[in-house]
Design a protein around this ligand. Sequence first.
Ligand SMILES: [Zn+2]
Length: 319
Amino acid sequence: MSNKIKLNLFDLKSKENLQNIHFFFKTKINKWFDAKGLPKSEFFEYRNCPLCDEKSSNEVFAIEGFSYHKCIACESLYTKPHLIDGVLDELYSDGTYQHYQDSLVKSGSGLRKGVLEQRKFKQLQQMFSQEKLTLLDVGCGGGTFLEVCHENGWKVEGIDPSPDSTNSKNIKVQHGDFNQIKFDKKFDVISFWGVLEHLSNPIAALKKASQMLNKSGMIVFEVPSADCFLSEYLNKTTFSPTRYIESGRHNIFFSKKVINNISQRYGLSIEFIESNGLDIQTILLEEFSPEITEKIINMQDTINNLMLGDHYRVFLRKK
Ligand SMILES: [Zn+2]
């Protein structure tokens, strides 16, 4: 397996950009809550666990008015009540969010394409005997993962809800909702990088993807973990992190248990799972100093090796 990257969060995203985007949301979301800070019913609704449909859950932490619950059955975390579909869209409409998001992504774009996307490509390539694969990247955004796979000879296409997502001449990208669009072909790989946690129904997307795979094809996804060091830390403190939680945007945090359940449900097997977190630098954001970078990165590497990093990367194979 391709070696893990010991990543410095601040090579990827600047402290200032992380704080700007966090502050932007903090100030914009006030109107969703009443004078006591409780969610207003016109913006929120109650639901069962979005991953297993269990009704019962317990609050594990509350951040910026949002309450995060752990499902008693599958151990995932989700916002309860959760923001009604469409409410968030208004925040995106004036372009401020996009401005912050662009600067956030831009600062680390060389590292992203040259190192991180390369590793994703290599990890997948190693799992197949044939060299030229077909790929659908769901939520392809700026398209850097598609470009890397395309440059390596794969036949790739993408789909993304944003009309501002990639418009490369060589790569087909459809703009729309994956769950709504009909595909008349199958793929060797369907990827969801940082996508499922944003959806109101990630299960429908995974089910659909499992039916669109070639024989021995794979679904790969990266999602925030419900089992991580950072979530346990949030349970014990009143800390409000600039990443991982992303109030209103990240609605679902996957447990290892539910990943097992989902793969069984749709005839998939877990080929490989790893944890890729940036828990420590996220906690130390304000106090972080460059002199301790090496120590922090080594601590984080240890946390990741214990499978306690704040994101899971999961490779599921069609049986
Ligand atoms: Zn559940």
